[in-house]
Design a binder for this molecule. Structure first.
Ligand SMILES: Nc1ncnc2c1ncn2[C@@H]1O[C@H](COP(=O)(O)OP(=O)(O)O)[C@@H](O)[C@H]1O
Ligand SMILES: [Mg+2]
Length: 266
């Protein structure tokens, strides 16, 4: 089966003063339509680089990325993005921050329709009543909820998330996982999530891709065989615990350390 997102043999190096820095090497990832792919890997292995390639913000040296079979050569409006830092505009209200992408991709849409769409999302993520606030008046978790709304307000086919919950406390983070699952149940979209939180990857993912150390290739792919209807307790089930152990071992391998070495160093 071909995926909606096809990362095909992507190889990329950054030019640096010390010569080229190979970051990705023959990377393969395929994400079927409306599925959720989580990507984990060692720090600095090239995960954010991967998001820029999928978003069309960077062109690879070799290979390429296809969305719906079309090569990505520049940024496109069918992709939404959210990052660890919500980057909301302080001079706009929360509502007007969420509306922003519509002003760009749907310039002929009327104000009324834009507001309705944004309010529908703000309500879904529990921010109704906060639409007239400025970003600085909201907590970090609320700002990240608003930034998720902004990323999907124009109904993108693909949502790219680069460690969006990394700066939040554990409870807020788990709330947002549930919010994201709920949003996707309301209106499905294909998702590529970068995270360093293995529980997050299992709770949210249909598949988890473990990248090797730099230059990164796909070292391991885990099929998350949990029911679609999940709540946070599912992470304590035997199957989840087993999957987390597998991922932890794979991360150790990616970091270039075997379990045996760790045992010796412990
Ligand atoms: N524009 C750039 N020019 C040179 N090196 C870069 C650039 N962007 C990232 N890098 C380097 O490429 C490697 C991968 O970066 P990145 O994709 O941000 O990793 P990750 O998100 O997995 O931590 C890192 O060593 C980083 O320092
Ligand atoms: Mg990164």
């Amino acid at each position: 089966m071909t995926g909606l997102i096809e990362i095909e043999g992507v190889t990329h190096a950054y030019p640096t003063a010390a010569g080229p820095l190979p970051v990705l090497e023959n990377l393969q990832i395929s994400v079927p339509e409306n599925e959720f792919a989580a990507v984990v890997g060692p720090s600095g292995c090239g995960k954010s680089t991967l998001t820029r390639l999928v978003a069309g913000l960077l062109l690879p040296d070799e290979g390429g990325v296809r969305l719906h079979g079309e090569w990505v050569r520049s940024p496109r409006s069918t992709v939404g993005m959210a990052f660890q830092n919500p980057v909301l505009l302080e001079w706009r209200t929360i509502l007007d921050n969420v509306i922003l992408p519509l002003e760009i991709v749907a310039p002929r849409m009327g104000r009324r329709e834009r507001v309705d769409r944004a309010m529908q999302l703000l309500e879904m993520v529990g921010l109704k009543g906060f639409e007239a606030k400025r970003p600085s008046e909201l907590s970090g978790g609320m700002r990240q909820r608003a930034s998720l709304c902004r990323a999907i307000v124009h109904k993108p086919e693909v949502l790219i998330l680069d460690e969006p919950f990394g700066a939040l406390d554990a409870f807020t983070r788990e709330d947002l996982w549930q919010t994201l699952r709920n949003l996707r149940q309301e209106e499905p979209f294909t998702t590529l999530l970068i995270t360093h939180d293995l529980r997050e990857s299992v709770f949210l993912g249909d598949q988890v891709f473990v990248l090797s150390g730099r230059p990164a290739h796909t070292q391991y792919v885990l099929d998350v065989d949990l029911p679609d209807d999940r709540d946070i307790e599912i992470l304590y089930d035997t199957r989840s615990v087993e999957m987390l152990a597998i991922l932890r071992e794979q991360i150790r391998i990616a970091q270039g350390r075997s379990t045996a070495e760790q045992a010796v160093n412990a």
